[in-house]
Ligand binder design. Structure first.
Ligand SMILES: [Zn+2]
Length: 326
């Protein structure tokens, strides 16, 4: 099935959307947003680094009657290749500044180090019961050309910072760790519109992957969703899919989705002392491709660790193997 990437369009209030195709099946494109500012243009997210995506950006600016030479700032929601992949190319081509959350400065080293990532993953896989053959399959990929290593952001922001858009209008940074520790949303102070990155998406709930250097990524994610609910976010412009009319309502639905999954996992663990790998097999549909298998496994560990840290289940460690029990 071939997915058609929607055309660029102006959304009003000096905001434009350019959907940029991605070199994989899902998600098929990333929504980049161009915001008009007093001094030029600000771009939010940019896609992976490949010619088709780069062309889509250029064509998008032309179709919208905007000049990409006027982009002074690239703001990136988080350190995943479908959002940040092209950042270094655009910085050098446009001479724009590259802005991310402060945590990204350190995490760029992890982003750039595929072998280090695989090593940490193999360690987790061995501890949590993934069979060696599956581990080998999910860690055999070379880093593709469209995910080059990237430079550190040359400007960083933290929660509550304002990026001045001119005329008394700003983007307010909301740090929303969970899907990725440096993830930010940005709220337009003029319209209240939230640029949500992957934090809140229509229809799908973003994967929350465990990492050895994180303690409770799912707990972080759920807290970050509660922030949007408390902020009573309405119109939300996500990085994938279509615009969300009621961002806080969508956040509530995603909280419920995780609550159900947590309850299901407590039941599985209560029925039988079990490893994260065994829980993965019972919680996700069979025959996932290797990369989806890795994501499902890391999402499962995030859930089980959240349950453990909140005292709903416990773990036991024997001979380097972790199992969970009620
Ligand atoms: Zn994404």
């Amino acid at each position: 099935m071939k997915t058609t990437v929607p055309p660029p369009r102006s959304l009003g209030d000096g905001i434009h959307m350019i959907p940029v195709p991605l070199p994989f099946r899902a998600p098929p494109w990333v929504n980049t947003y161009v915001v008009e500012t007093g001094e030029g243009l600000l771009l939010i997210d940019c896609g992976t680094d490949w010619a088709t995506g780069r062309e889509a950006l250029t064509n998008g600016f032309v179709e919208l009657g905007l000049s990409e030479d006027n982009v002074h700032t690239l703001l990136v929601s988080h350190l995943h290749p479908d959002h940040v992949g092209m950042a270094s190319r655009l910085m050098s081509e446009w001479g724009c500044r590259f802005v991310m959350h402060q945590r990204a400065s350190k995490l760029v080293d992890y982003y750039n180090d595929t072998q280090g990532y695989y090593e940490r993953f193999r360690q987790l896989a061995a501890t949590h019961g993934m069979p060696d053959s599956v581990t080998a399959e999910t860690t055999s990929y070379e880093r593709p050309d469209y995910i080059p290593t990237i430079d550190r952001p040359d400007h960083t922001v933290t929660d509550g910072d304002l990026i001045d858009l001119g005329g008394g209008r700003s983007l307010e940074i909301v740090h929303t760790p969970g899907h990725e520790p440096a993830h930010i949303c940005a709220r337009d102070t003029l319209t209240g519109i939230l640029f949500s990155g992957d934090h809140v998406l229509p229809r799908i709930s973003p994967v929350v992957m465990y990492e050895t250097y994180l303690e409770d990524p799912l707990g972080d994610y759920l807290d970050s969703l509660q922030r949007l609910i408390a902020m009573e976010i309405d119109l939300t412009y996500p990085a994938h899919g279509s615009i969300i009319a009621q961002g806080d309502e969508r956040a509530r639905q995603i909280v419920l989705h995780h609550d159900r999954r947590l309850l299901d996992m407590v039941e599985l663990v209560t029925a039988d002392e079990t490893t994260a790998w065994a829980v993965t097999l019972k919680s996700f549909r069979p025959n996932l491709d290797p990369i989806s298998t890795r994501m499902a496994f890391l999402e499962t560990i995030s859930h089980l660790e959240h349950l453990r840290l909140t005292g709903r289940i416990r773990d036991e460690n024997h001979d380097g193997q972790t199992s969970y029990l009620a």
